[in-house]
Design a protein around this ligand. Structure first.
Ligand code: PLP
Length: 452
């Protein structure tokens, strides 16, 4: 087969997102109010999110129409290419067929604008003037900055301090798109000040930055909060990825046997996997699903499935998810997007029920795979994406041993052009591997809220 890309024509840009809540084989435990421990209703979430997104968060309708205005923005880079990685297959000498859905072609370089654009649109429509968010590595902050800029909304980003220092160019990108960026923990909020009082040198975490952003959004009428992963409506928006991929795999005349993706909060993987999971639930497809996390932040492979807060200051509603505990402060690994203590409730429930197999890799192994990918396919993967690439290569090598000609599909969630310092460290032999110790997991779990 020649080395062609399967590009859908624009007319085929999906018209709806797929809502997996309509087809779930296991019930999704309700989100609980942190004070009453009763299921939250729309009014509880209204200070933080616009009603349209709250509706989507709770919806069980199978397909939700994508507004034309949102599709117009998507057309700047969508549909994204589905690429057969022939050169990687040859380099590995594997009979497996490897395909990747290339989400790195968006302007900020990742899958994240798929939801950022939708969120900015619905907030604008409900008269919101400003969106506040947090960012780890800067990918989410840059995606939301671009989206807010398109819809004429102000954007303010609390950026985890260690990333603010390590990744100055992501900060530049956010500023180009007109956002203001504050390193977190900051002196601007109650949550930030209390962390700094305990530890003036705190390098921050996503959990802390979320506390800061939520605090500001809740206190201001014209301001809402925006989250780049974890929540149902975020995963919903990302299903445009999988909807396109289902059609593109058909054009390629193949069915994936294995669908792989890295998981931080779970959104890029859900986006690719859910439309294929639909076929498992409703059409008896026999696909395997593998989620890949960082060994330094092993929420699904080592955490527990329990109710926990989404943030460090214990202000968010309680979600049942795989968690390492809300006070988790991760090691400074380079895959910033994989450093969140929790996992999307939808991914967690499906992993718990055995539909998704979780795995974890150390960062040196991930970077080795990423370099092999760059040397065969050309594109430099983001450090997060590198974890998916590692799992793909290992599955392809297993096929080489067994002689099986499996079809492997994965989400190429982003490129690594802003992560070259991490590649320098890897190439210089300076990257440290860190496995999160089981004793620390046990300790963090002692402080889980008592719900059940
Ligand atoms: C943010 C990010 C991730 C992890 O987040 P998910 O919500 O799990 O997708 C993975 N890859 C890239 C490139 C990212 O920017």
């Amino acid at each position: 087969m020649d080395n062609k890309k399967y590009i859908l024509d624009e007319a085929k840009l999906p018209k709806a997102w797929y809502n997996i809540a309509a087809d779930l084989p296991v019930p999704l435990p309700p989100v609980l109010h942190p004070a009453t421990l009763k299921p939250v209703g729309p009014d509880d979430l209204a200070p933080l999110f616009p009603m349209a997104l709250i509706g989507q968060e709770m919806s069980t309708e199978r397909y939700i129409a994508i507004p034309e205005t949102v599709r117009d923005v998507y057309r700047l880079w969508r549909p994204t290419p589905l690429v057969r990685a022939h050169r990687l297959e040859r380099a590995l000498d594997t009979p497996a067929h490897i395909y990747y859905k290339n989400e790195s072609v968006s302007p900020p370089g990742s899958h994240k604008p798929n939801t950022a654009v939708a969120q900015a649109y619905y907030n604008k429509k409900e008269g919101i003037r400003r969106l506040i968010t947090e960012t780890g590595a800067g990918q989410w902050g840059s995606a939301l900055s671009m989206a807010c800029n398109f819809f004429g909304i102000e954007c303010k980003v609390y950026m985890v301090k260690i990333s603010y220092q390590q990744k100055p160019y992501r900060r530049s990108l956010m500023q180009i798109w007109g956002a203001s960026v504050t390193p977190s923990p900051s002196e601007e909020t109650e949550a930030g000040r209390s962390i700094l009082a305990q530890d003036p040198d705190s390098l921050g975490s996503l959990g802390i930055a979320i506390s800061e952003a939520v605090e500001v959004a809740a206190a201001n009428e014209d301001t809402k909060y925006s989250l780049g992963s974890v929540l149902n409506h975020v995963l919903l928006h990302q299903t445009i990825v999988g909807q396109e991929a289902v059609a593109q795999m058909e054009m390629a005349g193949e069915e994936p046997d294995i669908v792989i993706g890295c998981v931080g909060g779970g959104s890029n993987y859900a986006g690719l996997a859910f439309p294929f999971l639909r076929r498992v639930f409703t059409e008896g497809a026999k696909t395997r699903f593998i989620s890949v996390e960082a060994s330094a932040c092993p929420s699904v492979t080592k955490g527990v499935y329990a109710y926990d807060f989404g943030d460090t200051a214990m202000t968010t509603p309680l979600m049942k998810m795989h968690t390492l505990g809300h006070s988790f402060v991760p090691a400074g690994i380079h895959a910033g997007g994989l450093r969140y203590h929790g996992m999307a409730p939808l991914i967690s429930a499906l992993a718990e029920a055995g539909y998704i197999e979780p795995t974890a890799y150390l960062q040196n192994a991930a970077f080795a795979a990423a370099v092999q990918f760059a040397r065969s396919e050309g594109i430099v993967p983001a450090p997060e994406t590198a974890h998916a690439v590692r799992a793909v290569i290992d599955e392809a090598l297993r096929c080489k041993e067994s002689g099986e000609q499996k079809v492997i599909l994965f989400n190429f969630s982003g490129h690594g052009h802003f992560d070259l310092a991490a590649y320098d460290a890897y190439l210089g032999g300076e990257l440290l591997d860190y496995e999160y110790p089981a004793s620390k997991v046990a300790k963090a779990l002692e402080e889980l809220p008592q719900v059940e």
